[in-house]
Design a protein around this ligand. Structure first.
Ligand SMILES: [Ca+2]
Ligand SMILES: [Ca+2]
Length: 650
């Protein structure tokens, strides 16, 4: 533990340029790789060649040309677009971006910024000027660029697209909430402004937390609300907490008069969690009712900048100890009961039984699309039905038909809002049981262990634990839109501590990749064992220009520190093995073009397929946004050798 704590201090708090760290060594019971992004909350420009220096990268619709350092449109193409691939197309939903561009030599027509599927969020422009807009991407976006709405004649230049509000510190980061009395525990309602003649009161019946909740009741005028003026127009915020109905009125979260989130008329506490770009200055909790004195209630509400992670448990009744099943929504006519036969812990678990419709489930709507979550749950079967964790439609993880409790522990990027506990069955009243469900948000750059990477395997030489790769299909998918935003392809360092599972791996005749980061076949950073016996390779390929160094006669089964630095400015790529430079300094670097591929940033394989899986241990992988010097690399090696650790850290 002491080693780990000092290691944290040394590596995370004192290392300039460290943008990502997969420690894979965690005695603090946080078994997943974590990523630290000190001081960086705005990503790099993910639009390539936004200055139109060359006629490359962009796909030009009819009428568009690139010359003289600008993109020109002659208007002959009508609603034609100028586009390039967006970064990480499948996972950028839910993330906030600013989009800046300049119109010059304007003649006629109009354009707007373009992230496909989301273009309507941007404002039409029809005059010279530089425009900056912020949106939260709500639809999977494969392309970005500029689109003509009415035949546009003029020039476009200086396109910059950056991700905003990246959590700046590890996976427990949170900004302070911007609202006062979000827990509703203050005496009275003075912190809240009543809107539309609302009657505001604090109530004490079954609060979500503490001893009080805020009730917003109609008082002669429709759409009563309680508000606080805490927002700045153009900033990206996240509002989350709990709401419930009196059984009639629908609880709603608004900014100004714009609906952000609509609940249900359930009298059980419901989660709300929404990310938005502020177009008003006040956040409002209320209801659209226009009947009598109907009311809604709110508790434990938080409003922060979106860069915060939501801390703590998100699921309600995860231990299944609450009386009844009120917080769970039955899916597919499921019969939901609390069973007391043999819970995993406590006195109850949730039983989900078939009731005439296949695949019965129990649901809560808790996810924000695009956010990353760790989900753990104990599941078991009646011996026939298969327990499954899924979102609204897609399987997240499955158990077996064993009647013993089984632990599911997985990482999930939300693509829908529901978590569903499902019994996969089409027979009779078969059932599955669930207990001790936990859902917590994790840092967006945390990797996804795939195919059974063993975590917390003894490291045998560097720190206490490592990930263990079986050499068949294990990998850690490290890709994320945030990592892409952090990754500097022109200046950087990657360090990894690795060891092979057996000496025979060095002569098994296949490639085994420890670390790989790629945009496509022409832009790749890799460290790997080669087909040739006893050979390790470092590679930096940019714009198709390949720079590699091989080291032969490697046969160690000890842990090794391999590192690679790259600097476009210095025109140098330098490989390192156990702290020392390996071979010559490589020069004549190409120019990296492209965002990281969704399948191409992997620890322990070349791709997520997986291709060329590692066999053995990997821990403590670090990515920097600068080329570390030779003395710095040597220091990294010496500092964490076991013989140095003992006197230093114990
Ligand atoms: Ca409360
Ligand atoms: Ca229980």
């Amino acid at each position: 533990m002491t080693i780990y704590q000092d290691y944290l201090k040394e590596n995370i708090l004192k290392q300039p340029g460290l943008v990502a760290w997969w420690p894979m060594d965690d005695p603090l019971s946080l078994p997943y790789a974590r990523v630290l992004t000190p001081g960086i909350t705005v990503g790099k420009n993910v639009a390539f060649n936004g200055t139109f220096d060359t006629d490359t990268v962009w796909t030009k619709g009819t009428g568009w040309t690139i010359a003289g350092g600008v993109a020109h449109c002659d208007g002959t193409g009508g609603a034609a677009s100028l586009t390039q691939p967006s970064n990480n197309t499948a996972a950028n939903t839910g993330h906030a971006y600013t989009f800046t561009y300049t119109i010059s030599n304007y003649v006629s027509g109009s354009v707007r910024a373009f992230i496909n599927g989301n273009a309507s969020q941007f404002t039409l422009r029809n005059a010279n000027g530089t425009y900056t807009e912020t949106v939260v991407v709500t639809t999977v976006a494969a392309l970005l660029g500029i689109t003509c709405i009415v035949s546009f004649v003029g020039d476009i230049d200086n396109i910059i697209v950056t991700e905003l509000n990246i959590p700046p510190v590890g996976c427990s980061y949170s900004d302070p909430t911007l609202i006062v009395d979000g827990t509703m525990e203050s005496a009275g309602t003075a912190s809240w402004t009543a809107g539309n003649s609302a009657t505001l009161s604090k109530q004490t019946g079954t609060p979500h937390g503490g001893s009080q909740v805020l009730r917003i009741a109609r008082n002669g005028v429709s759409s009563p609300y309680a508000g606080q003026t805490v927002l700045t127009v153009g900033q990206v915020y996240r509002a989350y907490g709990y709401m419930r109905s009196d059984g009639s009125a629908t609880p709603i979260v608004y900014q100004g008069s714009t609906v952000l989130f609509t609940g249900t008329t359930s009298t059980s506490w419901q989660t709300f969690d929404v990310v938005f770009v502020a177009t008003a200055t006040d956040i409002r909790f209320g209801t659209s009712t226009n009947t009598g004195t109907q009311y809604v209630e709110f508790d434990d509400a938080t409003v922060t900048l979106d860069r915060s992670l939501r801390l703590g448990e998100i699921i309600q009744d995860g231990d299944m100890e609450t009386a009844g099943t009120g917080v769970w929504v039955a899916v597919n006519s499921a019969t939901l009961t609390k069973d007391t036969g043999s819970p995993h812990a406590g006195t109850q678990n949730l039983r989900v039984a078939r009731n005439g419709v296949n695949a019965p489930g129990a649901a809560q709507s808790v996810f924000v699309i695009g956010k990353k979550y760790r989900i753990t749950c104990w599941v078991k079967s009646d011996g026939s039905a298969t327990p499954r964790l899924q979102d609204t439609s897609v399987t997240i993880a499955s158990g077996t038909t064993s009647t013993s409790w089984q632990l599911i522990d997985t990482i999930y990027v939300a693509t829908t809002t529901d978590i569903r506990l499902t019994a996969v069955t089409s027979t009779g009243t078969q059932f599955c049981e669930f207990d001790d469900l936990s859902i917590t948000e994790v840092h967006p750059m945390v990797g996804l262990p795939v195919n059974g990477v063993v975590q917390q395997s003894p490291a045998l030489g560097h720190l206490l634990y490592a990930y263990n790769y079986d050499g068949t299909n294990d990998l850690l998918n490290a890709q994320s839109v945030q990592l892409n935003a952090m990754f500097n392809p022109n200046e950087g360092t990657v360090i990894a501590w690795i060891r092979v599972s057996a000496v025979g791996i060095w002569t098994d005749g296949v490639i085994r990749t420890a670390f790989s980061m790629s945009a496509d076949g022409s832009n790749i950073i890799q460290m790997r064992k080669q087909v040739a016996n006893n050979t390790f390779l470092w590679g930096y390929t940019a714009g198709g220009t390949v720079k590699t160094t091989s080291k032969s006669n490697v046969s160690t089964t000890d842990i090794m520190m391999v590192a690679l630095t790259w600097s476009k400015t210095a025109d140098q790529v330098i490989p390192y093995f156990n702290g020392n430079r390996e071979g010559s300094i490589l020069t004549g670097l190409g120019t990296w073009t492209g965002n990281l591929a969704t399948t191409g940033t992997v620890i322990g394989a070349t791709s997520t397929v997986p291709a060329s899986p590692w066999s053995g241990k990997i821990n403590d992988v670090r990515l920097y946004s600068r080329a570390l010097s030779a003395p710095e690399i040597l220091r990294e090696y010496r500092k964490y050798l076991p013989q140095f650790q003992t006197p230093l850290w114990r």
